[in-house]
Ligand binder design. Structure first.
Ligand code: FAD
Ligand code: AMP
Length: 478
């Protein structure tokens, strides 16, 4: 598709993990497609891939991996009989590795868009009435495009905390926290959500003193309570100073650093740090996206309103990813983007919102799918629970990674799996089996009757399913 074309079957605005898969699938479906993205890196370069590839999932996992390896070399190698003397890290090299991974991934997307015939347009897209899109290119030139269908995939941006404004130096957002060129001696993280915990872990492992201030009394409210309790115990043991019920209300920048003011049960408190990461959540991004008279509705929280199939209800305009309701996760956006591209092509498609996995890439790793035990209890359905600790897993013991457990919640009446919660080694990989099981409406017995290779971590999930019926083999059933 020539970059000068003005008429398309589909125009996608946004090339993050929701937008670019939508464009690629639409092209696979033999539709003519344009994908517009305005992401610009701090050095001024333009790239595809959105938040996830440039400033989110991928760079954070690159630094988590490096810092985790360093930490393991420090604390676990000795148990394996390996002496790691003179251990040191080179942060500049770690950051360069991260940048190389990001560049390779974003270039890969640009290459895929080109190879599948998508007109990949760098610049700003604005939806106008009548399925028209105003495209402002990187050089400032403007032209009007038209499409049979327009998909909005403009994503999200960090939520600011007005009382602790970003200054790009001492007070940064998640993107800034991925770019530190020196390990801060004292780091304050505001918000103990997924992003705050992952970034706090990176810098803690590299030697920072990390204080995490969380307004809520309950740690990881969205996770199963047993998992949250276990996680908090491990994080505190690792030296993360997690303070719950601590609502940050202001900051004073002085010669000694940034003094954060917060209130907790004890009243007014302060803590002074060298750098602050504000990680209090993300909000949908629609600035400059919607022209007059498009009919697209935005709710009070800024999300574009859509139905279960991501239709906005305004002509052939769809919206996917972080800019619409649901968890702000790359894989959720991807499945929505692909669904919309298939629906546009007249194919059948749907997203199972009941089986969206969540993963927190800390150590131990945390992953879950479906309902927590609290949610099942509130729903009033009779249920049974099976658990299995990694201390009883031969593979986990061999890996020197026995922290955590698997937990399976199933309905008492028909044995349907209602939720699976894992804290422990490779939890993010192990959860895939549970997602598949739930997507296929499997019962706990289905998991029980599936053979799992020995010795693998996946046996822990198998045994947890068995334990739900007091039939586990490798632990005493209680
Ligand atoms: P985005 O990725 O935000 O992409 C939207 C794109 O649209 C951007 O490139 C933007 O520049 C462009 N755009 C917006 N408006 C316009 C316009 N008008 N014209 C042209 N272009 C426009 N999720 C996970 O699932 N797993 C993780 O491990 C994970 N880790 C994360 C770590 C961090 C530090 C952060 C910040 C996020 C993380 N996330 C993770 C969340 C994940 O990044 C988002 O859920 C995901 O990027 C959302 O995809 P999206 O395509 O909806 O939006
Ligand atoms: P998430 O939305 O998962 O990224 O998590 C963000 C976290 O930040 C939530 O747990 C909020 O309770 C927390 N939070 C929001 N505002 C504040 C604040 N002013 N002080 C401390 N924590 C906050």
């Amino acid at each position: 598709m020539a970059d000068t074309a003005t008429s398309f079957d589909v125009i996608v605005i946004g090339a993050g993990p929701a937008g670019y898969p939508c464009a690629l699938r639409a092209a696979q479906n033999k539709l003519t497609v344009a994908c517009i993205d305005e992401w610009q890196n701090p050095d001024g370069s333009w790239t595809f891939g959105g938040t996830c590839l440039n400033a989110g999932c991928i760079p954070s996992k690159a630094l988590l991996e490096s810092s985790e390896l360093y930490h393991r070399a420090q604390v676990e190698f000795a148990a394996h009989g390996i002496a790691a003397t003179g251990l040191a890290f080179d942060l500049a090299r770690m950051q360069k590795r991260k940048a190389t991974i990001v560049k390779g991934s974003t270039q890969g997307i640009a290459g895929m868009l080109k190879a599948t015939g998508v007109a990949a347009l760098q610049g700003h897209g604005r939806l106008l009435a009548g399925n028209r899109v105003e495209y402002t290119a990187a050089d400032g030139s403007r032209r009007e495009l038209v499409a049979k269908h327009v998909v909005l995939a403009s994503g999200s941006q960090p939520m600011p905390l007005p009382s602790v404004p970003f200054d790009g130096q001492r007070v940064v957002d998640s993107q800034g926290a991925l770019e530190f060129d020196a390990v801060p001696k004292r780091l304050g993280v505001i918000g103990a959500g997924v992003i705050g915990l992952e970034l706090g872990s990176v810098w803690r492992r590299l030697g920072a003193g990390v204080v995490v201030l969380e307004a809520m009394e309950q740690f990881l409210w969205m996770a199963d309570a047993a998992v949250a309790k276990e996680a908090l115990r491990h994080f505190r043991k690792q030296g993360l100073d997690v303070r719950l019920g601590a609502r940050v209300g202001g900051a004073d920048v002085g010669p000694d650093g940034v003094t954060l003011r917060y209130t907790d049960a004890g009243g007014e408190q302060t803590v002074t740090v060298d750098k602050v990461v504000v990680a209090i959540g993300r909000r949908p991004f629609t600035a400059g996206l919607l022209g007059e008279g498009t009919g697209v509705k935005v709710d009070a929280r800024g999300f574009i309103e859509v139905d279960d199939q991501c239709r906005t209800g305004a002509g052939n305009v769809w919206a996917v990813g972080d800019v619409v309701r649901g968890p702000m996760l790359a894989h959720k956006g991807k499945e929505e983007g692909v669904m919309v591209a298939d629906l546009i092509a007249g194919l059948h498609s749907e997203v199972n919102y009941g089986a969206v996995p969540s993963v927190i890439y800390t150590a131990p790793e945390i992953a879950w799918v479906g309902q927590t035990e609290q949610q099942v209890k509130e729903g009033g359905r009779e249920y049974k629970v099976g658990t299995f600790p990694f201390t009883a897993s031969g593979r986990a013991r061999a890996m020197e990674a026995t922290a955590g457990f698997c937990k399976v919640i199933a309905a008492q009446d028909d044995d349907e799996i209602l939720g699976v919660h894992i804290i422990g080694p490779m939890a993010g990989e192990l959860i895939a089996e549970a997602v598949l099981a739930m997507d296929y409406s499997a019962s706990a017995e289905d998991l029980q009757r599936t053979m799992h290779a020995h010795p693998t971590l996946s046996e822990a999930l198998h045994e947890a399913a068995l334990n739900a019926d007091k039939r586990a083999i490798d632990i005493l059933n209680r």
